[in-house]
Design a protein around this ligand. Structure first.
Ligand SMILES: Nc1ncnc2c1ncn2[C@@H]1O[C@H](COP(=O)(O)OP(=O)(O)OP(=O)(O)O)[C@@H](O)[C@H]1O
Ligand SMILES: [Mg+2]
Length: 247
């Protein structure tokens, strides 16, 4: 579904992503694991077109700070230099890290914002889907998003992405700062979202809560791919265990 070939991203002279190739197949849940600054957000932002957008904006101001090389194919189409919106239209939807929501808007308003490119009927359908995936949001519809707990905010953030009708959903550290119980809720939600035909790429620092549900995982360190494997291979690997499972 998505194929990334030899992706390199430099910010100034710093190499954030170093020659990474990866593939996400239709219907999979794929994990990208790595510690702080490993390059997870840069990879997901580059897939969603945000890095290219930032580069273009800086270039207009005469800057040449960001360099991106390599290419990306989505369902066979080269999307490497496409605008974020064109990628959204094709079904590549990013849910950014640290549950970004509009704090002064209600849950319902936030969700509707996620469907800004969709028809009204599709937004309504999407709302039903979100409430089905995250039942606790039903009674929080009228609550200001700023008043929600971290877990509830994350449900809203993922809900906004779902209303945009993803084919490929990119989740950047969806478990960050959540209680173990809430983490399980989000992981279960991801499995149910996939059951509805959405392919998922998730980034995380710690693999433990997610590894059981991913089909394949990529481990990156300092922007470099250090290991690829199925979740079983990863869970049985002693090095992976000590670095990413906290054991
Ligand atoms: N806009 C930017 N300008 C300059 N450097 C950046 C920018 N964004 C990221 N970087 C650098 O690129 C590297 C990778 O950062 P990135 O945010 O992709 O890592 P991450 O794996 O998402 O980390 P975290 O777990 O903390 O979210 C870091 O060294 C970071 O400082
Ligand atoms: Mg990040």
């Amino acid at each position: 579904m998505l194929e990334v070939n030899n992706l390199m991203v430099f910010y100034e002279n710093a190499l954030a992503v170093n020659d990474i190739s990866l593939e996400i197949k239709q219907g999979e849940i794929v994990g990208i694991f790595g510690s702080n600054s490993a390059g997870k957000t840069t990879i997901l932002n580059t897939m969603a077109g945000l890095t290219h957008h930032l580069k273009t904006r800086e270039q207009r101001r005469g800057g040449t700070r960001i360099t991106i090389t390599g290419d990306m194919l989505f369902q066979g189409e080269n999307i490497t230099t496409m605008k974020p919106r064109q990628r959204v239209e094709r079904g590549i939807i990013l849910c950014r890290e640290r549950h970004p929501v509009f704090r002064d808007n209600t849950v319902e308003e936030n969700l509707k914002l996620g469907g800004y490119l969709r028809k009204e009927r599709e937004v309504e359908e999407g709302m039903r889907f979100v409430f089905d995936i995250f039942p606790p949001l039903t009674r929080l519809k009228k609550r200001k998003a700023g008043m929600l707990s971290g877990g509830e905010k994350e449900m809203v953030a993922i809900g906004m992405a779902l209303i945009a009708k993803p084919k490929l959903l990119l989740l950047d550290e969806p478990l960050l700062g959540l209680s173990p119980h809430m983490q399980q809720e989000v992981v279960r939600a991801a499995v149910r979202i996939r059951e509805h035909g959405v392919t998922i790429l998730m980034s995380e620092q710690y693999a433990r809560p997610i590894m059981p549900v991913v089909d394949r995982a990529y481990i990156i360190e300092n922007g470099t791919l250090v290991m690829i494997g199925t979740s079983l291979e990863m869970m049985e690997n002693p090095e992976v265990k000590s670095a990413y499972f906290g054991t």
